[in-house]
Design a protein around this ligand. Structure first.
Ligand SMILES: Nc1ncnc2c1ncn2[C@@H]1O[C@H](COP(=O)(O)OP(=O)(O)OP(=O)(O)O)[C@@H](O)[C@H]1O
Length: 344
């Protein structure tokens, strides 16, 4: 009971947009396809939807050759970034659309369609808005309707292509929580495309990181965040501090200090160490990178500081808020990574 993508390649004229992509989505799993612009996310989604065909490789769903199925028979629900609702139809008519256009033999009765629409309106918490037109809805509400419309056909797979991309940050967060709940309730296997790492880590059971058409890493959000498999994944997932070091006997050696290595590094030699802002210690003196406070970025639950090294290199640190410790622009301090990641 799963969706298997096996060695899929897609080449446009001479350009390879997907290279040997292989992964499996288990039944009911929520997979995020995460990658920068141009990494092949939408191309893969289009292959799954049957809007395009792979140059080579296979896709099966529950053991069935998906590529031989007529796209209509794949029972795919899709939601795109732009609100693709029909403007001349009410919310209820939009949701019912996929059922109403079925051939007479397969079409549910009017009463069944009405019941499905009511159930979905309830699911998206818009029970009283069925008679409205898309122009009378907020962006977030429109995307909820688009999702209800995709769910109405009782899809086997739900494909979401940056569905919250056009919305502001607060609405996005709200919809994220809401999508999580809907996924939990419906249990539909879902592939969610995003270039927003926070969204991917927050929503998905597993994340597939794509880089230039290739799978760079697959794992749970925790696995991906705690153990990035490459410098690319490390840099893509959050702020990355970088500093040259020398690795010797499993430790990263710097000018005045050393730091433990968090991943399995190569052998001894010169590398660039990477470390996260929240895995650093800041002190007025002692061993560490000599830095000067160049900006105080944010003081939410934690304090974020931008620091400059002697050679102009930029670092970021995140420190717990402590009323006894205040920092000012120009303060000279020492920054020390608590652990570092080393990549070839
Ligand atoms: N029809 C096409 N013809 C030629 N090249 C294409 C075509 N469709 C996509 N590409 C190329 O394939 C690569 C992958 O595109 P794709 O849209 O899948 O990326 P993406 O990861 O979804 O990016 P974004 O986040 O910007 O939507 C890009 O370099 C793109 O220019």
């Amino acid at each position: 009971m799963s969706l298997i993508i096996n060695n899929v390649n897609k080449t446009f004229t001479n350009f390879p947009a997907l290279k040997d992509v292989t992964f499996e989505a288990k039944s009911g799993e929520f997979i995020a396809l995460l990658g920068p612009s141009g990494s092949g996310k939408t191309t893969l989604l289009r292959l799954l939807a049957g809007l395009d065909t792979p140059s080579s490789g296979g896709i099966t769903f529950e053991g069935e050759d998906y590529l031989r199925l007529n796209p209509r028979d794949r029972r795919i629900g899709m939601v795109f970034q732009s609100y693709a609702l029909f403007r001349h139809m009410t919310v209820a008519q939009n949701i019912a659309f996929g059922l109403n256009v079925r051939p007479a033999k397969e079409r549910p009765s009017k009463a069944e369609i009405k019941a499905t629409v009511e159930r979905l309106l309830k699911l998206i918490q818009m029970e009283d808005l069925g008679k409205r037109y898309p122009s009378q809805l907020s962006g977030g509400q429109r995307q909820r309707v688009a999702l209800a419309r995709a769910l109405a056909i009782n899809p086997r797979i739900l494909l979401l292509d940056e569905p919250f991309g056009a919305l502001d940050a607060l609405v996005r967060k709200d919809l994220r929580r809401w999508l999580k709940r809907i996924h939990h309730e419906t249990g539909v296997t879902t592939i969610f495309v995003t270039h927003d790492q926070e969204e991917a880590l927050d929503l998905a059971d597993r994340v597939v990181v794509l880089k230039a058409g290739r799978v760079e890493q697959i794992g749970t959000p925790l696995e991906i965040f705690d153990s990035p498999a490459s410098a690319f994944v490390f840099d893509f997932l959050g702020s990355a501090n970088k500093l040259p070091c020398h690795v010797q006997a499993g430790k990263a050696m710097f000018d005045s200090f050393e730091a433990p290595i968090a991943n399995t590094a190569g052998g001894d030699g010169d590398y660039i160490a990477r470390f996260r802002p929240f895995e650093t210690a800041l002190s007025p003196d002692g061993p560490g990178i000599p830095v000067t406070v160049s900006a105080i970025l944010a003081a939410g639950s934690a304090l974020r500081l931008e620091l400059r090294g002697a050679d102009g290199a930029l670092f970021e640190t995140e420190q717990p808020r402590n009323p006894a410790l205040t920092y000012a622009h120009g303060d000279r301090l020492r920054l020390r990574p608590q652990k570092v990641f080393i990549y070839q």
